[in-house]
Ligand binder design. Structure first.
Ligand code: LLP
Length: 417
């Protein structure tokens, strides 16, 4: 367990979160290197013996420390912007193991990806195919591409993070895939390397993932009959984690389901998990500013807010709240909403939790390693929190707390006359 109580204090590996708060302040994201490694190795072990590559989805947590750890473990990367590519390179990642997805890649980003030598550009529209071809030709290159095909499978997850249905902006329509592959095969700037899909995030059940794989495999067979053979199948990410006590299919169920559907096919298997690698390896540490009993509700006002962790406000997501100092929840406990200082009623981190709290005490919002810091903002001109990583019993700062001046350093008051 990455986070557990030792002598009544919640610790990250062996390090007390009280010590971390004293040293680095709050709010602060805390990651466990061992937990990230363990989650990555689960994929690597399940895939061992098969030609495969785990492309960690950078969007889930793009801190350079996380990316450098992934690179060291041999992972590839799934990116969605030129910015993420720059991070991967800065962290020592290999561009030849990068897949580039996203519906709106700019010409500048495509040029950068070709220059860096990525493994695959995952195309999401016919116009993007034409743009990539033109750019590659102008650079005297052939762009390695895969189409991201929308298999029209319901991932049965939150609508905001479901991406595999016909109504979704992502991918090319299943029915158009064969035509587009044939068209692409004729273009001088294109080298067809793979096929991809990603049906959604936070899947608790592996069945939709396996159904999507089956659809992609059927398409592969048809493409092959038409004389198009590909080097890789990229099944995306989306494997869920347990936030509360929900039933959650293990990583093995996703991997084995996909491998069964792929059968004897020889294409290299790519997976792009994000959340399932970092989600449960991180928490957001926050301090209670005020306890505010009310007529209808009781509030705990903490120093973290929706700008630091937006998942509860955006998806009504549930994050476990733990008291850093272990307490017996006796009669003194109350039921509280945990809210931040931001001026929005949606600024809650958790609601209706039973706690025994006092001002100054520390709370940990669990399972915040994925889509936490990366989705943070400066709303209300709040500096972004610090990030630390615990490894082998020591804590290291992996991103310093933002300074107030940094938030408006790029702004200018114009010269009015
Ligand atoms: N591959 C593609 C093409 C993706 O779009 C995504 C996530 C992933 C891989 C990684 O999915 P994961 O394994 O992390 O589920 N902000 C939301 C999640 C958005 C996911 C977007 N795409 C949240 O906080 O729940």
């Amino acid at each position: 367990m990455a986070f557990a109580y030792r002598s009544g204090v919640l610790c990250a590996e062996q390090v007390s979160l009280e010590d971390i708060a004293r040293q680095f302040g709050t709010p602060c994201y805390v990651y466990s290197r061992a937990a990230i490694e363990r989650a990555y190795r689960e994929y690597a072990d399940e895939l061992s013996g098969r030609s495969s590559l785990v492309c960690y989805s950078v969007k889930a947590n793009s801190n350079l420390a996380v990316l450098a750890l992934m690179a060291r473990l041999g992972a590839g990367f799934d990116i969605v912007s030129g910015g993420e590519l720059a991070r991967v390179i800065a962290a020592g990642g290999d561009p030849a193991k990068v897949v580039f997805s996203g519906v709106g890649k700019s010409a500048h980003e495509i040029r950068g990806a070709l220059q860096a030598g990525v493994l695959s550009i995952n195309l999401e529209s016919e116009q993007e195919l034409a743009r990539v071809n033109d750019i590659a030709v102008s650079m005297g290159k052939r762009a390695p591409v895969a189409f991201r095909v929308n298999p029209d499978v319901d991932a049965k997850t939150h609508p905001y993070i479901s991406t595999g249905l016909k109504q979704s902006k992502f991918g090319i329509a299943y029915a158009d895939a064969e035509r587009l592959y044939r068209e692409a095969a004729r273009l001088p700037g294109i080298r067809l390397t793979g096929i991809g899909c990603h049906i959604g995030s936070l899947m608790n059940d592996s069945a939709p993932f396996v159904a999507a794989t089956q659809r992609i495999v059927a398409l592969l067979a048809r493409l092959e009959e038409g004389g198009i053979s590909l080097a890789h199948i990229d099944l995306g990410g989306g494997m869920g984690i347990r936030y509360q006590d929900e039933a959650q299919a293990p990583v093995a169920a996703f991997v084995h389901g996909a491998l069964d559907a792929i059968g004897q096919r020889k294409e290299k298997l790519l997976l792009d998990p994000g959340r399932s690698i970092v989600g449960n390896a991180g928490l957001l540490l926050t301090r209670i500013e005020y306890v505010k009993p009310g007529e209808a509700k009781n509030f705990v006002v903490v120093d973290a807010a929706m700008n630091d962790l937006i998942r509860p406000a955006l998806y009504d997501a549930w994050h476990e709240v733990r008291q850093v100092r272990e307490v017996e929840l006796d009669a003194a406990a109350g039921v509280y909403d945990i809210v931040g200082p931001v001026c929005e009623s949606a600024d809650f981190l958790a609601r209706g939790r039973k706690l025994a709290v006092r001002p100054g005490a520390l709370l940990a919002l669990m399972s915040a390693g994925a889509y936490g810091m990366v989705m943070s903002s400066n709303y209300n001109t709040r500096p972004r929190p610090a990030e630390v990583m615990v490894a082998s019993g020591a804590v290291q700062l992996v991103r310093r707390r933002e300074a107030v001046g940094e938030m408006f350093a790029g702004e200018r008051v114009p010269e009015w006359n």
